[in-house]
Write a protein that binds this ligand. Structure first.
Ligand code: GLU
Length: 479
């Protein structure tokens, strides 16, 4: 939950700033430049009225723009009762580093609306979303070249379509690139195929890459590869759901533990994630899943203590604190959520020899595919439209030639497999995979090159600081 961790008194924002300071120690950069990179450039707080059931309700909302070293700025919009200015700033800050790590040319931003979306009807949510978008447009804080929101906790494609429509209505004839004012839109509304699964798929590619490195796995006393590794996952929202299904179906991992709002379950022999989702749909809960041990709502954070190889917090921040860090049994913690570990708890985990794959790298798949969507919107064309048929023809000609020279024929099935031109979804997944693998290797390399860098998070922050400082220095702001 978005709260101050009572035992360590480290807020989410403080944790992010602590991580920055820890990494900054490994640079020779001017303190003024470091301060400029670290500071949150602008925060806009709005209170606006919305009529709900004949009454006026004042809604509290924010948009934080952390860094303008690149334009536009980018980051999701969160709907949660726990939204605060500090939380929004922390999330915007992470966005800046995240974009730098995966080479997405945006500054970081984040929005928050302090509501629980479950308390409102779709019509009321639409009114709130459109009013929020309008407030941002009024202040010149929304647009394809200015600030481009996306989904986050509590929002999805539906809300993004409302924002797009609000922007388009106001800027009808003035902005030919209006569709690029927001990403994560439905595919029918200028969205891109693969955006919805992108964060979870990126988490999968990131974990898989980490598990592929033999010497790192050896240090953790684990076998190389994701196949057969046991996973406990907290949260089956968009990110958790896609991470779990892809890790199971494509990666061959075994899900042994799952936690959701109603409680947690553990089953040593493995939980089929599709069966579990079906069960939850039927019963309204993951509890009492056949063959699993169930823990009620009050005990649900026991997930952090489950026996497993990989623990994936995929819910909210501050989940692993000084209270439970020493109880973690997993060898790897993969941060699918933003900020699930406090900076103090991280030191305990490092001490215990646990590998933490940090959020700033691991969940950057969402913004990576948002970048692809924004590019699609600016080009006004679906990916693959120009080259798909051309590639199909070339591959077919090549197969014909092979058949002719060898005198052997290729089966229709194999021909279809080889000569299949790439569709938009294939290209998006391929671009995402390439991005996550590259970024992981870059961060790991920083760690290998700097023996004093004791964790992947510091390496990832260092990677971001180096890239952002290069921009500032080249721009001549810090001669
Ligand atoms: N909300 C997501 C994140 O935290 C996605 C942001 C985006 O696509 O702009 O990374």
């Amino acid at each position: 939950m978005a709260k101050i961790d009572p035992s360590s008194q480290t807020s989410f924002y403080e944790s992010v700033q602590n991580y920055f300071d820890k990494a900054a120690q490994h640079t020779n950069l001017h303190q003024g430049l470091l301060d400029q990179i670290k500071t949150c450039n602008a925060v806009y707080k709005i209170n606006f009225p919305v009529r709900i059931n004949g009454e006026y309700k004042i809604i509290e909302a924010y948009r934080a723009q952390h860094s303008h070293h690149r334009s536009p700025v980018k980051g999701g919009i969160r709907y949660s009762n726990h939204v605060t200015m500090e939380e929004t700033m922390a999330l915007a800050t992470l966005m800046t580093y995240k974009c730098a790590i995966v080479d997405v040319p945006f500054g970081g931003a984040k929005g928050g609306v302090k509501i629980n979306s479950r308390d409102y009807t779709p019509e009321q949510l639409e009114a709130i979303t459109r009013r929020y978008a309008f407030e941002l447009i009024k202040r010149n804080m929304l647009g394809p070249a200015i600030d481009v929101p996306a989904p986050d906790y509590g929002t999805g494609a539906r809300e993004m379509a409302w924002i797009y429509d609000t922007y388009r209505t106001i800027n009808q004839d003035k902005d030919i690139d209006a569709a690029g004012c927001v990403t994560g839109k439905p595919v029918s509304q200028n969205g891109v195929r693969g955006r919805e699964e992108a964060t979870g798929r990126g988490v999968f590619y990131g974990i898989r890459e980490a598990c592929e490195i033999k010497e790192d796995m050896k240090k953790l006393k684990l076998k190389t590869g994701l196949k057969g590794k046991t996973i406990a996952i907290q949260g089956l929202g968009n990110v958790g759901y896609h991470t779990a299904t892809i890790a199971q179906d494509e990666g061959g991992a075994i899900i042994v533990g799952v936690a959701e709002v109603e409680g947690a379950i553990y089953k040593k022999s493995g939980i089929d994630i599709h069966e579990l989702l079906k069960f939850r749909k039927e019963t309204g809960s993951i509890l009492n899943f056949p063959g699993a041990i169930s823990y009620g709502k009050e005990e649900r954070s026991i997930i952090m203590e489950f026996e497993c190889d990989i623990l994936i917090p995929a819910a909210l921040e501050n989940q692993i604190t000084m209270e439970n860090a020493h109880l973690v049994k997993a060898k790897i913690i993969a941060e699918a959520a933003n900020g699930p570990i406090t900076s103090k708890a991280q030191e305990v985990l490092i001490e215990k020899g646990i590998m933490v794959i940090p959020d700033v790298f691991l969940n950057a798949g969402g913004v990576t595919v948002s970048y692809f969507e924004w590019l699609k919107n600016l080009s006004h064309m679906r990916f693959g439209r120009m080259e798909k048929r051309y590639n199909q023809q070339s591959y077919n000609q090549m197969i014909d030639l092979i058949e002719k020279t060898t005198g052997k024929s290729v089966s229709a099935r194999d021909r279809l497999m080889v000569a299949k031109g790439a569709d938009e979804i294939d290209l998006v997944r391929s671009g995402l995979e390439e991005t996550m693998i590259n970024a992981y290797q870059q961060c790991r390399e920083i760690m290998v090159q700097n023996p004093k860098v004791d964790c992947l998070r510091t390496a990832a922050f260092l990677n971001a600081i180096q890239k952002i400082s290069t921009d500032y220095l080249a721009l001549g702001i810090f001669p």
